[in-house]
Design a protein around this ligand. Sequence first.
Ligand code: ADP
Ligand code: ADP
Ligand code: MG
Length: 503
Amino acid sequence: MIKKVLVANRGEIAMRIFRTCRVMNIPTVAVYTHVDRGALHVRYAEEAYCISEHEEDTSYLKPDLMLEIAKKTSSAIHPGYGFLSENADFARRCEDEGVIFIGPSADIIAKMGIKTEARKIMHEAGVPIVPGTKDPVSDYDEAKKVARKIGYPIMLKALAGGGGKGMRLVREESELESALRMSKSEAENAFGNDAIYIEKYIENPHHIEVQVLGDKYGNVIHLYERECSIQRRNQKVIEEAPSPFVTPQTREKLLSVAVEACKKIGYYSAGTLEFMMDKDQNFYFLEMNTRLQVEHPVTEECTGVDLVRDMILVAAGNRLPYKQEDIEFRGAAIECRVYAEDPENNFMPSPGIITVREAPEGRNIRLDSAAYAGFEVSLHYDPMIAKVTSWGRNRESAISNMRRSLREYKILGIKTTIPFHQRVLLNKTFLSGNYDTTFIDTKFDMEDLKLRRNSDPTVAIIAAALKHFEEEKEAAARATTVPLVGESLWKHYGKLQMLANNF
Ligand code: ADP
Ligand code: ADP
Ligand code: MG
């Protein structure tokens, strides 16, 4: 029933989806903007269409164009994450115009896209929710009243929230008025909707989420949980499965609550229920992401399930190919998100051209990436350029595998979060497995990163060697006689690699 798949997205997630399509022998269609004309996803797909209307146009948010191309190529649309993935109007238009949308129903996306709606629905379905307001607060006076009733500290949150935006922790009343103003303007900018509601701030919470998968015949299963408490600016940077914090009794309760709720609301396709869990293992529903999630690889590595494949099968009208008891959870997996950001400078974006890229290889490592040497990381898009996922028979082994692959992973030309990940993987609190969302602020010493850099000559040596190589190349290019490149590229890179491996 699905003849072709158009991925209305870019970067690593477009590649991720195309790879499964290739495994399933489904031809693929890419779309790209002018900035992305050299991107990997454009080369990987069988067909590619430019959606930039002019050179400066960088948007992947074009329902009309996506639909037009999908119809022309007889494709179903996979939206990936971000962009149009949680746009209910777009999903509805696909449904109405005969294009298969590879995701849940437009109706569910609409409801879950408004956090207060999602809270009501989940509450009715028997799921504990974070204490807070049912509806948005109209103004400062109302916010003040509500906050007093809930009790400080509180969290101001955008109704249409996503990507950690529009959210603010308020510890006391004196901070409320300006915080509300800032949240509103941030929400207006990010979502075109400035509505704010209030939640109780859960102190030292763990972010625990449940992966679910359902079909159109009422079958829903879970694929266990993920722990995503290593966050900066309320956004995840490291995720793992299983959660090292959750006890077996809590896990059983959490998973069954999530599955029952999804059955009640008739959920199909892949989805994630996010929860806050306090130190006593009490858990509260936070939000539902009605799409494939960035961190889905850790679940895939431990269950063997290909979530993209099953999303495609379900969208085509098939039943889930397995039952809950067929899902076997093995070992442990960790994912490190590699961002083009400077961890030493408050995770500021670090765009630019990647000059060298040496990717980790070998056993129990998975790399989801769209980066290559020569690729320019643009400020226009999400700064996440790759995800490294490691698997092990247990958590310790997954951690050792991750450490060795991060040591192999070399990206020059831009700053990345790789050194940050390396430090986290040595941190005592992280290793203990009992860490919460305050980890980076309270348990992690940014100064460590600087110390390490100053005492680690690897990068300096590679950079110097590279500079030398570039100079030689330029000199050779300038020469009018036979070009004189001192040695072959193979030898040259071999030497760089040897230098790097010696540290
Ligand atoms: P997760 O990382 O758990 O999948 P996020 O909420 O962090 O979920 O969003 C996934 C990706 O989509 C992120 O990389 C983020 O940049 C992007 N994204 C999600 N929501 C928004 C939004 N409202 N505005 C901009 N980008 C968003
Ligand atoms: P988004 O849609 O941006 O992903 P979420 O509601 O999922 O927003 O929250 C993202 C993160 O913000 C959580 O993982 C958590 O770290 C923090 N957070 C959100 N709400 C609360 C709360 N009520 N108490 C404590 N932390 C919260
Ligand atoms: Mg979230």
